[in-house]
Design a protein around this ligand. Structure first.
Ligand code: 13P
Length: 249
């Protein structure tokens, strides 16, 4: 039985004081054992949020990392820097990073491998555009993102250190959610691809999240799908809605 994982991707929102106020408000209401809950604030807030959640079972995640160990990479943040603030999860390959910051599958792969090397969990995002879906290319697109993004990762690492997030780009921040059956169809496809690339047992163990306009009104239906093991929540993770999503059951 795969444990559900619900992560809040705050994207580029909240100053330090806003983040403190928000976490103080929600953290007492998030008290679940049967779901892994991860907050992914911006880098500036990581250290402080780590302190605020230290006596809860909420985990800390980052939204990005650079794959080099350290050195002359102005503006970048290393995995050891993230670890020093208490981070245990890191999102890689979000479509916004692919779109605005030219992240390729190869870069996603390098970042995922760096996260694995330090025994953290990488939340590897995949997703198709509306145009690709309309042309019925979505399965091919997702399969290629998985093949290239998960290159040179072992079965053991897949099971221990990887979560996949299926985020159709057309559903992100648009209010348009994939229907539960569209989301399930793709998450099942992703599991089949993992079985092909690794093996059946690995595919049974790896958790696959859905992301894209998840809100309290649709969370239950989506999260009850057999191949959907959690949610990666954007806009709704910035409000009390996140508490309702985490308590979806
Ligand atoms: P929304 O929930 O705002 O659609 O964003 C989804 C997302 O991109 C999470 O990473």
């Amino acid at each position: 039985m795969r444990k559900k994982i619900i992560a809040g991707n705050w994207k580029m929102n909240y100053t330090l004081s806003q983040a403190e106020d928000f976490v103080n408000e929600i953290s007492k209401q998030i008290n679940v054992d049967d779901v892994d809950v991860v907050l992914c604030p911006n880098f500036v807030c990581l250290d402080r949020i780590n302190e605020l959640i230290s006596d809860s079972n909420v985990k800390l995640g980052a939204q990005n990392v650079y794959f080099e160990e350290k050195g002359a990479y102005t503006g970048e943040t290393s995995i050891d820097m993230l670890i020093s603030t208490g981070v245990t999860y890191c999102i890689v390959g979000h479509s916004e990073r692919r779109q605005y910051f030219n992240e390729t599958d190869e870069i996603v792969n390098q970042k995922a491998k760096k996260i694995i090397e330090k025994d953290l969990t990488a939340i590897v995002c995949v997703g198709e555009t509306l145009e690709q879906r309309n042309k019925n290319e979505m399965f091919e697109v997702i399969e290629n993102q998985l093949i290239n993004g998960l290159k040179d990762i072992s079965k053991e690492q897949m099971k221990r250190n990887i979560v996949i997030a299926y985020e159709p780009i057309w559903a992100i921040g648009t209010g348009v959610t994939a229907t539960a059956s569209q989301a399930e169809e793709m998450c099942q496809f992703i599991r089949n691809v993992i079985a092909k690339l690794f093996d059946e047992n690995t595919a049974e163990v790896v958790r696959i999240q859905y992301g894209g306009s998840v809100k309290p009104s649709n969370a239950k239906e989506i999260l009850n799908m057999p191949n959907i093991d959690g949610a990666l929540v954007g806009g709704a993770s910035l409000t009390n809605d996140f508490v309702a999503i985490v308590n979806y059951d």
